[in-house]
Write a protein that binds this ligand. Structure first.
Ligand code: AMP
Ligand code: FES
Ligand code: ZN
Ligand code: ZN
Length: 298
């Protein structure tokens, strides 16, 4: 087996950054990771050191790496964990987040869906709803509500390159152009929305996994996946895209950058009506927002 050497120092390489075609050792990879996060934040003016940033953490490798990187880069951060009460999975994730925040002195906000709204995610099974989409509605609403009420300037999520590329492709394939909003920044568009940013979009799932393992903030042994998302079609697409990447180096990054630069030339401009929910006052395109409809509020 050929052991590749670090391009910077000639020590043993641990990873090849495929779109740059460079191999890096542990030390230079960790530097590269932090530099990429910081340059993405600056390039898209996501936030500055003066802003209060709410980092949404699921306990998985991506958002844990994001939290760690923002802490090391000395941003003004708090963490948010939303407990949806998914059997075994949610408790385990909560413990990972709590441990990290305690050890690193990070203010952690926990939102427990049952305490706040009377029921956990699995109770929506009875209504024959797709739990992943219900989960998405709840998480988006809670992140925004908490950030707004507590005066945060931005919400940061752990979406990575593989998430963005697979989501774009899936929606293109299905003609769901209205869902494709895979931009690094979603600006504030209503008095009660908070800007959302994705500082990890130029890092792959594999790079996040390696960063989290090298920093001991994530363990494959502790890892369990959400029981409802394992068969998600975007996961199948991610596998296929990685096979393509093995043969065509850098194709995922090329696709994403081309999409960012050129998608306005071919995606239809869809202006959703922006209204305030009659029940809670948060953003909606109809009279009552999807969250209030879900919990039958009002
Ligand atoms: P997902 O929707 O599961 O792909 O997660 C996308 C991003 O949403 C993650 O990288 C986190 O930043 C955030 N997130 C997911 N689950 C939670 C959770 N339970 N609590 C807080 N943030 C979350
Ligand atoms: Fe939401 Fe799995 S994390 S359904
Ligand atoms: Zn090196
Ligand atoms: Zn509402």
């Amino acid at each position: 087996m050929v052991v590749l050497k670090c391009k910077k120092c000639n020590n043993k390489g641990v990873i090849t950054i495929r779109h740059r075609n460079i191999t890096l050792c542990k030390e230079h990879f960790l530097k590269y990771y932090l530099k990429t996060v910081e340059s993405t934040i600056k390039k898209y003016r996501m936030f500055t050191k003066r802003d209060k940033v709410l980092v949404a953490v699921s306990g998985g490798k991506d958002s844990m790496s994001l939290l760690d990187a923002l802490k090391k880069l000395d941003y003004n951060i708090s963490a948010l964990y939303i407990n949806l009460g998914i059997k075994d999975y949610s408790d385990q994730c909560k413990k990972i987040v709590e441990k990290y925040c305690n050890e690193n002195n990070i203010n952690l906000i926990i939102s427990d869906i049952k305490e706040n709204y009377g029921k956990y995610l699995e109770e929506f099974k009875k209504l024959r709803r797709n739990l992943c989409s219900v989960c998405g509605i709840i998480k988006r609403y809670e992140m925004n509500r908490i950030a707004y009420e507590k005066g945060f300037n931005a919400i940061a999520t752990g979406h990575n390159l593989d998430d963005e590329v697979s989501f774009i492709l899936w929606n293109l394939m299905n003609g769901n152009f209205q869902y494709i909003k895979q931009k690094p920044v979603l600006e504030k568009i209503h008095e009660k929305t908070v800007k959302k940013v994705k500082p990890l979009i130029f890092l792959t799932e594999k790079e996040n996994l390696l960063y989290s393992l090298l920093n001991n903030i994530y363990s494959i042994h502790l890892r369990i996946d959400c029981p409802y998302s394992t068969n998600a079609p975007t996961n199948i697409l991610k596998e296929m895209l990685n096979k393509l990447e093995e043969r065509i180096q850098g194709i995922k990054m090329r696709f994403y950058k081309n999409f960012l630069n050129k998608s306005s030339q071919f995606l239809p401009k869809i202006d959703h009506e922006i209204k305030s929910c009659k029940i809670c006052g948060y953003i909606t395109s109809s009279n009552v927002c999807s969250f209030c409809r879900l919990f039958r509020r009002g």
